[in-house]
Ligand binder design. Structure first.
Ligand code: ADP
Ligand code: MG
Length: 259
């Protein structure tokens, strides 16, 4: 891993045993739609939680509330013991602490791969140019796209672009990484190159919340599976327990369709 640290020391006042990401009684509506209903979720430092569930169950909204791309109506969300900031530099810092990787890569099209990975370091983390470039190259090598550093995103395959997106998030030294269906937009032959990077990240101790339909990844990398339906967490279990003996009818029905 070189000089890149992924396991952070607890912030003042937060003990390692406490949840790094804690949601308590979180509710959110989109108009009349109750999209998140009384969500309680605590993710420990170094834990990998896979979130699965039918389309429309609120998985993306859940991720987006954790880095405050969406506001919540009630309840609390804390990261490392601190409530989510509302705006300004504190919010920018939160977004750096909570790395997010989307289905659609979301790289800056008019910036090179290297620039994509240095930009946030310079703007938010106030790193100098040389230090940020050095760190970017280490990370790009680590996700296997070091040779693409001077290209533009459109010159890369989807799998390569998604690995750049992961490197870009990692460059901010996030406390937790959120992945929202990171392989759903990829051609099948590129899925594993992205999952392999995520698998390695999990082994290195990164705290991760991963929305995915890749059940092989869930089985091998997750400490816990959270099953959502209709805006609620319906079931939480170890991958083994969840896949071999789901308890709820909703989970049984879901698994019968995808496995
Ligand atoms: P999932 O990721 O599990 O498929 P989402 O969190 O994307 O679910 O969506 C949950 C529900 O909220 C869906 O019914 C979706 O149509 C609705 N929804 C998501 N975003 C918005 C929005 N910005 N405005 C209104 N409705 C939304
Ligand atoms: Mg979604």
């Amino acid at each position: 891993m070189g000089e890149v640290r992924v396991v952070e020391e607890p912030a003042d006042g937060a003990r390692a045993a406490d949840g790094l990401v804690v949601l308590r009684g979180v509710d959110k509506h989109f108009g009349a739609l109750h999209v998140l209903q009384d969500i309680d979720l605590s993710v420990a430092r170094g834990e990998v939680v896979v979130v699965i569930g039918p389309s429309g169950s609120g998985k993306s909204t859940l991720c987006r509330t954790i880095n405050r791309l969406e506001t919540i109506d009630s309840g609390t969300i804390t990261i490392d013991g601190r409530p989510l900031p509302q705006e300004g530099r504190e919010l920018a810092r939160l977004r750096a602490d909570v790395g997010m990787v989307f289905q659609s890569f979301n790289l800056f099209a008019h910036k090179t791969v290297l620039e994509n990975v240095t930009l946030g370091q310079v703007k938010v983390r106030r790193l100098g140019r040389a230090a940020s470039e050095e760190k970017a190259r280490v990370l790009l090598d680590r996700v296997g796209v070091g040779a693409q550093a001077d290209k533009y995103p459109a010159q890369l395959s989807g799998g390569q672009q998604q690995r750049v997106a992961i490197a870009r998030a990692l460059a901010m030294d996030p406390k937790v990484m959120l992945f929202d269906e990171p392989t759903s937009a990829l051609d099948p032959e590129m899925i594993n190159e992205v999952l392999d990077v995520m698998q390695q990240l999990a082994r290195d101790g990164m705290t991760m919340i991963v929305v995915t339909h890749e059940m092989g990844f869930a089985r091998s990398a997750a400490n816990r599976v959270v099953f959502m339906a209709d805006g609620r967490i319906v079931e939480e279990a170890s991958p083994d327990a969840f896949f071999s003996s789901p308890r709820s009818d909703r989970a049984k029905d879901f698994l019968s369709k995808i496995l």
